[in-house]
Design a binder for this molecule. Structure first.
Ligand code: GLN
Length: 234
């Protein structure tokens, strides 16, 4: 049984990013791989045997609580060392980095340090549809659609690579880049949930964590919805 670990939805569950867990489970099951979602809340221990760990978006104060709890627990570090994948959205992305500030407060808070990125208050809030171009491991391009809503702007250090380049929207810091990748840790701003809107990204996470290539799961319905959404955003 493969485990998708959904972390602290009571703190980081504001934007429906829990849907990412359902997408991962259903795409495993569609390939005949048994999967379950383990929802971890403050006070629970983070299980060490997850395949993919998920962090979602949330409010400023909640992300400070979440980072403290995750550090005190410590399991996330061991899980990633052991080959698991961490996929973190928005506030989750910010706390996965080296440091961040929240809102108008310039106090710098230490993040998990799993991504070489730093987040500070941006010149304006980034709100709206976002469209980015992600280079897949096979060299092909794939458009990622979602919506962004963040006041923090994120800059990448040398150990992190951008996940994608921005076609429409703000992304990391209005610098043309979006998200960050460092080994098995991926952070990104789009909600949607982003894995529902962009199933190729969901499969990429699963393939990274499983260390194997998965069969295609073509869906004309999903492709048509993607086509409409991309046309709308452009
Ligand atoms: N509090 C963070 C910001 O505004 C993250 C917001 C979010 O998760 N959508 O930058």
């Amino acid at each position: 049984m493969k485990r998708i670990v959904l972390i602290y939805q009571s703190l980081l569950g504001l934007y429906g990013d829990r849907g990412n867990a359902m997408v991962l489970r259903s795409r495993l099951e569609a390939r005949g791989i048994d999967a379950e979602i383990i929802a971890v809340e403050p006070g629970d221990e983070v299980p060490p045997d997850g395949l993919v760990y998920l962090l979602g978006g949330g409010e400023d104060a909640a992300q400070i609580s979440a980072v403290k709890l995750l550090k005190d627990d410590g399991t996330i570090y061991k899980a990633i060392d052991g080959g698991a994948v961490l996929f973190a959205v928005c506030a989750g992305y910010q706390i996965t980095g080296n440091s961040f500030t929240v809102g108008d407060d310039d106090r710098v808070i230490e993040g998990l340090g799993l991504l070489d990125v730093d987040t500070r208050r941006g010149p304006e809030r980034a709100v709206g549809e976002i469209l980015t171009r992600w280079r897949r491991p096979d060299g092909s391009d794939y458009l990622i659609t979602g919506f962004e809503n963040h006041g923090g702007f994120t800059t990448l250090g040398p150990q992190a690579q951008a996940l994608a380049t921005v076609e429409v929207g703000v992304g990391n810091a209005n610098d043309g880049t979006e998200g960050a990748v460092q080994g098995h840790v991926i952070g990104t701003y789009p909600h949607g949930p982003v894995l529902a809107r962009n199933p190729a990204l969901a499969d990429h996470l699963l393939e990274l964590a499983l260390g194997e290539t998965l069969s295609e799961l073509p869906s004309a319905e999903i492709e048509e919805l993607r086509r409409q959404r991309i046309a709308f955003v452009r």
